[in-house]
Design a protein around this ligand. Structure first.
Ligand code: KIV
Length: 275
């Protein structure tokens, strides 16, 4: 494996400029989701480059089956909790479904609320050409914007399925065109979700801003995973791109079982654990 540097040794604060520098150096960018203070503190302490307060909170925190129900107020709540913990990583917050598709003024107001009320560093928005007016207006207010192409979960009812996107020429060509449009508009980065690895590599070579993949292969500039999936807290979701680094749900269940046993047998609390 080629080592092109390790941001943990060089940067005390990750900014959009640092991400650009990392792309130029060929150093991979590591991003994970977080939705609360305690997890965000652990990720930041471990040296993660970017934290995404994703609208996947709708699934993993609230138990909805899609990302659509989460509200702007709920996203701001999650983002504020994360911001109280993070000192070094760049924090990006998803604009939730229904808060930017109407028109670019609505999009700007939603982005401003996130930035003002949570203190986040940037916002992320799903889509290409169809949202470019909103992207430009948000950028014109000085708010850094990250794009998101490929499988865009807020459009799940249009897609009808979570299968890999852009396997056909027409969709792949549109994706490349959208990536260029988002770059030209001034986005600082791009998430590429569930697309063929070859296309991920092509987009990464064709644009100068960093690409962060989730199921987009190894030729992109960085990777993002949903924290609860990679830690094995959520077990039902098992796409090919997901590497599980832990089996936390089993570990937590084991600890809870032991606790229940200890309480029921009156083993807990013992003499040292009481006043
Ligand atoms: O909401 C989210 O977690 C995301 C990632 C899947 C990229 O958008």
């Amino acid at each position: 494996m080629q080592n092109k540097g390790d941001s943990r040794q060089y940067y005390t604060k990750i900014t959009t400029h640092v991400l650009q520098e990392m792309k130029l150096k060929g150093e991979k960018i590591a991003m994970l989701t977080a939705y609360d203070y305690s997890m965000a503190k652990i990720l930041d302490g471990a040296g993660i480059d970017m934290v995404l307060v994703g609208d996947s909170a709708s699934n993993v925190m609230a138990g909805h089956t899609t990302t659509l129900p989460i509200t702007l107020d709920e996203m701001i709540y999650h983002a504020s909790s994360v911001m109280r913990a993070v000192k070094r990583a760049l924090v990006v917050v998803d604009l939730p479904f229904g808060t930017y598709q109407g028109n670019s003024i609505e999009a700007l107001h939603s982005a401003i609320r996130i930035m003002k009320e949570s203190g986040a560093n940037a916002i992320k928005i799903e889509g290409g050409e169809e949202v470019i007016g909103s992207v430009k207006r948000i950028l014109s207010a000085g708010i850094p914007v990250m794009g998101h192409l490929g499988l865009t979960p807020q459009s799940i009812h249009k897609f009808g399925t979570y299968v890999v996107r852009a396997t056909e020429n027409a969709e792949a060509e549109k994706l490349v065109k959208d990536a260029r449009l988002l770059e030209q508009a001034g986005c600082f980065g791009l998430v590429l979700e569930k697309i063929p690895a070859k296309l991920g590599t092509q987009v990464t070579k064709e644009i100068k801003i960093p690409t962060i993949g989730i199921g987009a292969g190894n030729g992109v500039d960085g990777q993002v995973l949903v924290l609860h999936d990679m830690l094995g807290i959520t077990m039902k979701f098992s796409p090919r791109f997901l590497r599980r680094y832990h089996n936390l749900s089993e570990e937590i269940k084991g600890s809870v079982n032991t606790y229940i046993d200890d309480v029921k047998s009156s083993d807990f609390p013992n003499e040292r654990e009481q006043y």
